[in-house]
Design a protein around this ligand. Structure first.
Ligand code: NAD
Length: 264
């Protein structure tokens, strides 16, 4: 069990921290004593989460940055690390669904945008965090997805699934490369989680119709209405960030109530 306040004195950076899974994790890490840098491209969202943390007795800063923009992200990471003089936990979580359509119809700029934010953004987040993590070791958690790992039935999700599969390959390389510095790197693969991500989705009617619907056999899943909560994901992020998971690195962890076993 993760003990209260055991992250006291640790500094955590959460990208996409202004909403959904990132917000849930930022609040949970702060509850357990971490100082949290909430990074989001939407300044207001990040600010609200910062206020929630401070209201709960924690410490946080909010920084507006786009994870796909190297200059913007580098200054955000430096801001976080210099603010408290260290960086221990990195949650590379910001992501978008992007445009869901057939490969034939997918525009090159839509492909680039999804890959830039989901995959290059993960690379940039690690790249600029590593010099600080190396000083004392740490834990990196990357939000991948069941999509691109177990599920390939969402026709139209080629860019998204590719970005999410790429994140896992990148995570494994990073885990190998950074083990000697005491830096662990893992990926989480959520199934459907109730967040705002759907609002950014631009699936065509055809792609929507082509997606293969799967129903759970009655009572076979712990998930209510087939979707989990950001708080449930936050518990996993907390575990992977804490010393209780000290032997876990280079691994992807599914958090989907076994939905992807049925669907994949
Ligand atoms: P969300 O839309 O609720 O939150 C994502 C946050 O990331 C938003 O606040 C958004 O402003 C921010 N963001 C988007 N692009 C950004 C950028 N370029 N730079 C900085 N911030 C940016 O969505 P969520 O569901 O919490 O998604 C978080 C992660 O979880 C994503 O990587 C997503 O692919 C992954 N995921 C979500 C689900 C789900 O069902 N919700 C399932 C599997 C994986």
């Amino acid at each position: 069990m993760v003990q209260q306040q055991q992250l006291k004195g640790k500094v955590a950076l959460v990208t996409g921290g202004g909403s959904g899974i990132g917000r849930g994790a930022a609040l949970r890490l702060a509850e357990h004593g971490a100082y949290v840098c909430v990074i989001d491209r939407e300044r207001e969202r990040a600010e609200i989460v910062r206020e929630e943390i401070v209201h709960g007795g924690g410490e946080a800063v909010a920084v507006e940055a786009d994870v796909s923009n190297a200059d913007s992200l580098r200054s955000a990471v430096v801001h976080a690390a210099e603010r408290w003089g260290r960086l221990d936990i990195v949650f590379a979580n910001a992501g978008i669904n992007g445009t869901w359509t057939t490969i034939e119809d997918l525009m090159e700029e839509d492909w680039d945008r999804t890959i830039d934010i989901n995959l290059k953004g993960t690379f940039l987040t690690l790249k600029y965090s590593i010099p600080y993590l190396k000083r004392q070791g740490g834990s990196v958690i990357i939000t991948s997805s069941v999509n691109g790992n177990r599920i390939f039935s969402n026709i139209g999700a080629s860019a998204y699934s590719t970005s999410k599969a790429g994140q896992v390959a990148f995570m494994q390389m990073a885990a190998l490369e950074l083990a000697e510095f005491g830096i662990r790197v893992n990926a989480i693969c959520p199934g459907a989680i109730k967040t705002n991500i759907g609002q950014n989705t631009n699936r065509t009617a055809e792609a929507e119709a082509a997606a293969i619907p799967v129903e759970f056999p009655e009572g076979s899943s712990p998930l209510e209405h087939h979707a989990g909560s950001p708080e449930q994901v936050a518990d996993l992020v907390l575990f992977l960030a804490s010393p209780q998971s000290s032997l876990i690195t280079g691994t992807k962890v599914y958090i989907d109530g076994a939905e992807s076993l049925l669907k994949g």
